[in-house]
Ligand binder design. Structure first.
Ligand code: HEM
Length: 406
């Protein structure tokens, strides 16, 4: 665990904290019970405001006096971000009109109606990954055999990226979001991914296909709007990063969680319709994006008994909202049939996850097909021995060794 030397000379623990158990909030979250909105230091030395609890987080994320702009001096980066990490963003880092107009370019692809149309394609992708697992096993690392390739194949399909380039994006995506890469490695990954995507944009301008990127280009042209290739590159990179590491982490951590809660898993196996509330509950319970909802106060903002001064950085800790007993009864229990969708596992407010319905469908299909086709699936080593991504922006596991009976 890293520490930060305070002006007082005392060492203070930096955020994000380790989860001693991947299914429980870090023990340090107990400090927020007394002080739900509180300053904590990041590894860079910057002090930011942790906003915790369901009501405080709801209030903050619907307050128009907050900004998601990476250009703000006190934006909560976990590393000393070089200039390109502040400027090369897309709508996740935009506010107001710029956010709405750019988000709209992608939104049509991610409506629930459009997503449901993909069901047969995604089912095929999931089944192929399970076929490959069955052929290679028993005894495989499911994270690499299924969790990473399934969302990667889906997002490449949506963006019109050829299948043979998956590996390239998988490796670079982990470098950008995995939490262990050096700054030089992150910068190199950003350069490589951008170079590839500039080439892709140029290709789609010449030979449009049936994909999000080609549709965005056509929209600009039909409206007679000027656009820069860089904007489309940034949009694609956001969707690649947003749609890959997150869903992959949910698949692996969620599978481990189900296997470690055999009574709940038995209910799911007995009643396949339980899969819809089960996905919702696992997204709530695990909140892999707990460290991934950053903002900056654009005015003095009063929330949870504190005043966040104008210009200060903020992190909204979704795990605290999602374990808030005022909203979720017995919040620390995994109850697949809970049926409470008021969680913030996909964020809240204008930046609510654009890919939430796509992620839901991928998770539903993965767990339905996985436990139907491999009913004896189990961990190949004790859960405590599987390393987790402690300092990552998106929480998860580094691998998932599984086995089954033949
Ligand atoms: C936003 C979580 C899957 C693309 C967010 C946010 C969270 C989140 C917490 C809010 C960030 C903020 O407020 O600053 C997740 C989780 C996923 C998932 C847990 C999987 C289980 C996806 C998928 C895609 C995607 C599949 C796309 C293919 C995005 C984008 C945003 C976003 C583009 C920014 C939205 C905006 O700023 O308007 N996600 N996400 N995510 N997510 Fe996801």
């Amino acid at each position: 665990m890293t520490t930060h030397a305070e002006d007082t000379g005392e060492a203070e623990e930096t955020f994000p904290y380790e989860r001693a158990c991947p299914f429980a909030p870090p023990a340090q979250y107990a400090q927020f019970e007394k002080e739900p909105v509180k300053q904590v230091p990041l590894p860079t030395g910057l002090k930011i405001w942790a906003v915790t609890g369901h009501e405080n987080m709801r209030q903050l994320l619907t307050d128009p006096r907050t900004s998601a702009s990476r250009r703000e001096a006190n934006f909560p980066f976990y590393f000393n971000a070089p200039p390109e990490f502040r400027t090369e963003t897309s709508f996740i880092g935009y506010d107001g009109r710029e956010h709405t107009t750019t988000r709209r370019k992608a939104a049509v692809t991610f409506t629930n109606r459009q997503v449901q149309r993909l069901r047969p394609r995604i089912e095929e992708i999931v089944d192929k990954a399970i076929d490959a697992m069955l052929e290679a096993g028993p005894g495989v690392d499911m994270h690499h055999a299924l969790s990473l390739p399934v969302p990667m194949t889906v997002i490449c399909l949506l963006l019109g990226i050829p299948y043979e380039d998956h590996e390239f994006f998988q490796v670079n995506g982990t470098t950008l979001l995995g939490g262990t890469a050096t700054m030089e490695e992150r910068q190199a990954a950003l350069v490589d991914v951008n170079e590839y995507l500039f080439g892709l944009v140029a290709k789609k301008e010449q030979e449009p296909g049936d994909d999000l990127l080609s549709r965005a280009i056509a929209e600009y042209r039909e409206a007679g709007e000027e656009y820069e290739a860089r904007d489309l590159v940034n949009l694609c990179r956001l969707l690649m990063n947003g749609g890959h590491e997150t869903t992959a982490s949910m698949i692996s951590l969620g599978t481990a969680c189900l296997l470690e809660h055999p009574d709940q898993l038995a209910q799911l196996k007995a009643d396949p319709e339980l899969i819809v509330p089960a996905v919702e509950e696992l997204v709530r319970y695990l909140t892999i994006g707990d460290a991934a909802v950053p903002r900056v106060a654009m005015d003095d903002i009063e929330v949870g008994g504190a005043v966040i001064p104008k210009g200060d950085g903020i992190l909204c800790l979704g795990l605290t909202a999602n374990r808030d007993p005022a909203v979720f009864e017995n919040p620390d229990d995994l109850i697949l049939s809970r049926g409470n969708r008021r969680h913030f596992g996909f964020g809240h407010g204008v930046h609510h996850c654009i890919g939430a319905d796509l992620a839901r469908l991928e998770l539903q299909l993965v767990w339905s097909r996985l436990f139907e086709r491999i009913p004896t699936l189990r961990l190949a080593k004790p859960f405590e021995e599987i390393p987790s991504k402690e300092r990552a922006i998106i929480y998860g596991l580094w691998g998932l060794p599984v086995t089954w009976d033949v």
